[in-house]
Write a protein that binds this ligand. Structure first.
Ligand code: SAH
Length: 236
């Protein structure tokens, strides 16, 4: 079964954090990691109801990178999306994501942003997938705990329909190797710096949306490794 880690980045409201723990308990998810909270988790407990044990066990870390340790696939969430050339903001809808992800086994992180300003662009860049809950274009920005509730409900409802995972997500270490090799390969090509950055982000996003299996990532690592070797030989 897919294992979901909920990551809250610098949450600012005790009520929200308490309600996130409560709703995680409602849908049977246990893995909560909080990055650099701006409030006291202790005081958030009174809003967590039966989710209080979950909040007590929540891991508190200093950075998003630390929160993402051991994760094979990262989905970042935002109400702001783009169908145009902002490649960082091309998204999957929640339904598409829930439908796909429940076919896999492995650890998947879902990252939620601050109540005031959401996630920064450098944080969105750490995601393989940008996930959006479709809402009214007049006011698509949901309350943090509501957004978590909707995302978890959708995944829960797919899982409880008896989705049998047939596909295995790659190991986190292999994901790291792929990202590194891909970046090396792109950097070895002759093109302007800004195009390299755009190409790296685009490859990451396209491969993210494909949700690679362990086997596929293996093949791709070999492919990018070959490109790097070939380029190195040429420049020797
Ligand atoms: N003013 C902020 C809103 C942050 S809401 C902004 O404009 O970005 C807090 C968090 O809830 C967001 O960072 C995101 O993680 C989640 N969220 C809110 N609305 C969402 C939506 N429509 N789709 C996906 N996530 C959403």
């Amino acid at each position: 079964m897919v294992s979901i880690r909920v990551i809250l980045v610098e949450p600012e409201g005790e009520i929200n954090v308490g309600l996130v723990a409560r709703v995680m308990k409602n849908f049977g998810f246990k893995d909560l990691v909080v990055v650099n909270p701006k409030i006291s988790l202790e005081r958030a407990k009174k809003y967590a109801s039966h989710g209080v044990d979950l909040l007590a066990k929540a891991k508190v870390v200093r950075s998003l990178d630390e929160a993402l340790e051991g994760v094979s696939l990262t989905a970042v969430t935002s109400c702001k999306t783009s169908t145009g050339d902002d490649i960082l903001r091309t998204s999957l809808t929640l339904k598409e994501f829930a439908e796909k992800i429940t076919d896999y086994s492995g650890v998947v992180a879902i990252v939620f942003g601050r109540e005031s300003v959401g996630l920064r662009r450098d944080e969105i860049r750490k995601g393989d997938i940008l996930l959006t809950i479709p809402a009214s274009p007049e006011y698509p920005s949901l309350n943090l705990s509501h957004a978590v509730a909707i995302v978890l409900y959708e995944i829960f409802s797919k899982l409880s329909k008896g989705h049998v995972p047939e596909l295995k997500l790659p190991e986190p270490t292999e994901v790291e190797i792929l990202h590194r090799k891909m970046e090396e390969a792109v950097k070895s090509l002759s093109m302007p710096e800004h195009k390299k950055v755009k190409t790296i982000i685009t490859l990451r996003k396209v491969l993210g949306k494909a949700i690679l299996t362990a086997h596929e990532i293996h093949v791709l690592i070999g492919f990018f490794r070959k490109i790097c070797l070939k380029r190195m030989k040429k420049t020797l």
